[in-house]
Design a protein around this ligand. Structure first.
Ligand code: HEC
Ligand code: HEC
Length: 422
């Protein structure tokens, strides 16, 4: 929504507080309300908020991305704990589909309860310090529809932070392709690749999700409605979400498609408002260059910046002046890297194989700095601290990890402090 202020004043306002300006618009507040809305099962009298499930994981976006932050895995020490937004993806099981839905509307059977068990390991630094790592094995308890097919594999995921998505969406596609070409020509260990995905017949650059499977925020948000909430959108029009033909009770349950909503449960206007809200949800930090110069140098010298590319410049978009032509500091090259078998599993997605992950943007970690030691970092939330996250890096990042291991203790601390300041 364009603001109604006189042009000069508006320009000044945009210059000093673009995020605040965007966040104040009415569309944004509606988008936020929809992000938090608890959807309900069909049928209801109003039809405006129904269509949940029949099988689903959570009833709102915000349940899994509270205030735009990420989630966490279940705590095996707490009986029945489900974590926050923890989900298990499958390589397309013929009965369970692409994800385990851990909830169901009345009268339907849940698919199972995603859990995790850990094996603890100790890693010793050359200078004597130690870190405990926990190696996860995902499990699904109480499978509701019989055993998995023999070829079925699992990949556990926690919800990522969703700040700054609009800015990442505006990084020019050619610039991302150029970064991949530059890394390939550089001959270093980091050789990132684009995950190309074809949506509506157009081959595009995947940007969002742990494996960069989604080219646009709209596509990512639409898949969330389908897989996580069980509601149809223009991009995923099946009202039963992830239910397979084998799940007949789910397929034949009442659904919330309605004429006034384009024959869908979530029409383009509603998903558009949610996309818009997320597009303007500013990252806390990452809008200017880090001030810690020594930390910046250490981050580069250790080899982190080879993938966690500090900065990009966004493209011009007349419809999105607040997101256009800006230098941003997400600390990600937006590319896939093979981080080795320690982080890998057997669930490929598009051109990403089981051990390929998109370099996670590190901006916004400053908001979590006080919690280092009880965080849920990496795709399955196994790392409780930045140090643990680094020590899980293998494959293309093995050299950077080994350099980190070899740093003197005070420089290790300095590097971690730098990352937690982003
Ligand atoms: C059950 C929990 C759950 C719900 C509900 C949920 N998400 Fe997510 N979300 C996730 C997980 C898990 C991922 C990571 C998926 C992956 O890449 O494997 C994710 C990824 C995302 C991303 C990509 C972020 C990035 O860094 O690339 C966005 C954006 C997002 N979700 C938005 C939404 C929106 C909008 C809704 C509501 C329509 C929603 N989510 C509902 C769990 C959830
Ligand atoms: C070869 C590319 C590469 C290099 C080099 C690299 N990283 Fe990463 N980093 C990644 C990828 C890919 C992920 C996502 C892995 C996953 O979730 O399983 C990641 C994840 C992370 C995370 C977790 C973020 C989160 O929110 O979950 C942190 C922290 C991190 N890296 C810091 C570093 C630091 C510090 C260095 C240097 C010592 C480094 N990385 C070197 C590619 C790299």
């Amino acid at each position: 929504m364009l603001n109604p202020l006189p042009a000069t004043l508006a320009a000044l306002f945009l210059f000093i507080a673009p995020a605040a300006q965007a966040a104040d618009s009415l569309d944004n507040r509606i988008g936020e309300a929809l992000f938090r809305r608890m959807w309900v099962a069909a049928p209801t009298a109003t039809q405006a908020a129904d269509g949940l499930g029949p099988l689903y994981n959570a009833r709102s976006c915000a349940t899994c991305h509270p205030r735009g932050f990420g989630g966490r895995p279940p705590d095996p020490a707490v009986k029945g704990d489900q974590g926050v937004g923890y989900a298990i993806k499958l390589n397309n099981d013929p009965v369970y589909g692409r994800q385990i839905q851990s909830n169901a509307i009345l009268g339907q059977v849940i698919e199972g309860r995603p859990r995790v068990t850990y094996r603890e390991e100790t890693v010793r630094f050359p200078d004597g310090g130690t870190v405990r790592l926990r190696r996860p094995t995902p499990v699904v308890e109480d499978l509701g529809y019989g055993p998995f097919a023999e070829a079925t594999a699992m990949s556990a995921r926690v919800p990522p932070r969703v700040h700054g998505m609009g800015l990442l969406e505006r990084i020019p596609a050619e610039a991302i392709e150029a970064e991949a070409a530059r890394q390939a020509a550089g001959g270093g260990p980091a050789a990132g690749r684009v995950n190309h995905v074809t949506v509506d017949g157009v081959r595009q650059i995947g940007r969002f999700g742990w494996k960069a499977m989604h080219p646009t925020l709209n596509h990512q948000d639409s898949e969330a409605f389908s897989l996580d909430i069980g509601m149809s959108t223009p991009a995923y029009p099946e009202p039963w979400g992830d239910c397979t033909p084998a799940q007949t009770a789910c397929r034949s349950a009442p659904h919330g498609d309605s004429k006034q909503f384009e024959g869908l449960e979530i029409p383009s206007t509603i998903i558009g408002l949610i996309d818009g809200y997320l597009r303007d949800l500013a990252p806390d930090g990452g809008l200017e260059a880090p001030k810690d110069k020594a930390g910046t140098a250490l981050f580069a010298d250790t080899g982190c910046a080879a993938c966690h590319r500090p900065s990009w410049r966004t493209a011009e978009d007349p419809a999105q002046p607040a997101l256009s032509n800006r230098d941003i500091f997400p600390h990600s090259d937006m590319l896939l890297h093979d981080l080795g078998p320690g982080l890998g599993d057997q669930v490929p997605m598009g051109e990403a194989n089981g051990s390929d992950w998109r370099t996670t943007p590190l901006w916004g970690l400053n908001r979590l700095a006080a919690k280092d030691g009880e965080l849920s970092l990496l795709h399955d939330g196994r790392a409780r601290s930045v140090t643990e996250a680094i020590l899980w890096h293998g494959g293309e990042a093995q050299q950077a990890r080994d350099r980190f291991m070899a740093l003197p203790g005070d420089e290790r601390k300095q590097l971690v402090r730098y990352v937690l300041g982003l």
